[in-house]
Design a protein around this ligand. Structure first.
Ligand SMILES: [Zn+2]
Ligand SMILES: [Zn+2]
Length: 344
């Protein structure tokens, strides 16, 4: 089969590799129907986020089951499924607690399409076939009436935006939300979308990208453009009980922290671009801020997102810029637009 390999910055190529196949009883093999480009894929492809190479790319996946192991639950060939990218077994203590990004049955970081983890390699979603471990637990049925393209980002970037606001809004219903956009380009917009869907009375979106600002306004946000490097001035004296850092770099993250109201919460969807970051810890302490930083729990979060999608309250397709054939993926992985979805 063919698989899209990241070989070096700017160099992605389709290569022939052995067919993905059932290796364990709980595996299924799926044929991709749609694969979205994650916000992390673009910096990887450009070389801004160094990764050992080569490795097969693609991890936001909706597919059709083509083969199954003997213990792969009820999944049958022909079933259309949403595939959480993190490998999670469903039976370890972490998975049972809902911490499905920290499954103890696999090395830390084990995922489809994100390179080797602890010596284990899983295939990429931009392939003719993809093996999905622990399929009985991890797979979700694609709801009727939802297209594979629309659902492809649900367990990753859509869920990531959702979790930034869902918990805080459950604690403080209707509260205003600040989203600082940037390198987690679609995640920030999905956070806007989720905040609106979950009843935030006011969603403010800050960014320096005219295209993302326009999209955020279409999604219902009040937008605050940043020009130049003046992120610190974007809010004036406005403060928010719930803030989201989808900017990734110091300037935007610190705006999300300083823009938080006393005893507010701030969620960062990235640990930043460098190994260390300057946090305004004393100001955070004085304000009594709750700061959450960590990866989404893909499998645990996706069902609530799918519920919002099937109820019509959240439409992930509203953030998609282009649907592009697999054949053109080597070039389109480098496309600067926010959200690209590949179809075979
Ligand atoms: Zn991702
Ligand atoms: Zn587990």
């Amino acid at each position: 089969m063919r698989s899209l390999m990241f070989e070096s910055p700017g160099e992605l190529h389709w290569r022939e590799v052995p067919d993905a196949r059932v290796e364990h009883d709980r595996d299924v093999v799926v044929r991709p129907l749609a694969v979205a480009r994650c916000d992390l894929d673009l910096p990887i492809a450009l070389g801004l986020y160094p990764m050992p190479s080569p490795f097969p790319m693609g991890h936001e996946l909706v597919g059709e089951v083509v083969d199954r192991g003997d213990d792969a639950g009820d999944w049958q060939p022909g079933d259309r499924v949403v595939v959480p990218f993190q490998i999670s077994c469903g039976t370890c203590d972490s998975c049972r607690a809902g911490h499905t990004n920290a499954c103890q049955s696999v090395p830390p970081g084990a995922a489809i399409g994100l390179g080797p983890a602890g010596g284990e390699t899983f295939g990429g979603a931009l392939s003719d076939l993809v093996r999905v471990p622990y399929a009985d637990f991890t797979l979700l049925a694609l709801p009727d009436g939802i297209s594979p393209v629309a659902a492809s980002g649900v367990p990753d970037n859509v869920a990531d935006g959702f979790r930034c606001v869902a918990g805080p809004l459950a604690d403080r219903p209707g509260e205003a939300v600040l989203v600082v956009g940037g390198l987690a380009a679609s995640v920030g917009l999905y956070a806007v979308m989720a905040a609106v869907a979950l009843g935030s009375e006011r969603v403010v979106y800050v960014d320096d990208s005219p295209a993302r600002l326009e999209r955020a306004a279409q999604l219902g946000a009040e937008v605050r453009p940043v020009t130049g490097d003046d992120w610190g001035q974007a809010l004036g004296s406005d403060r928010f009980a719930i803030t989201v850092d989808a900017h990734v770099l110091d300037a935007g993250r610190n705006l999300a922290l300083t823009g938080a109201a006393p005893c507010g919460t701030c969620t960062s969807v990235s640990g930043g671009a460098g190994r260390t970051a300057e946090l305004p810890l004393r100001a955070m302490y004085s304000k009594g801020l709750t700061y959450e930083v960590g990866r989404v729990h893909a499998r645990a979060t996706a069902p609530a997102v799918l519920d919002l999608v099937t109820s019509g309250r959240l439409d992930p397709a509203a953030v998609i810029d282009a649907v592009i054939p697999f054949d053109d993926a080597p070039e389109a992985m480098l496309d600067p637009r926010t959200k690209i979805v590949f179809v075979p």
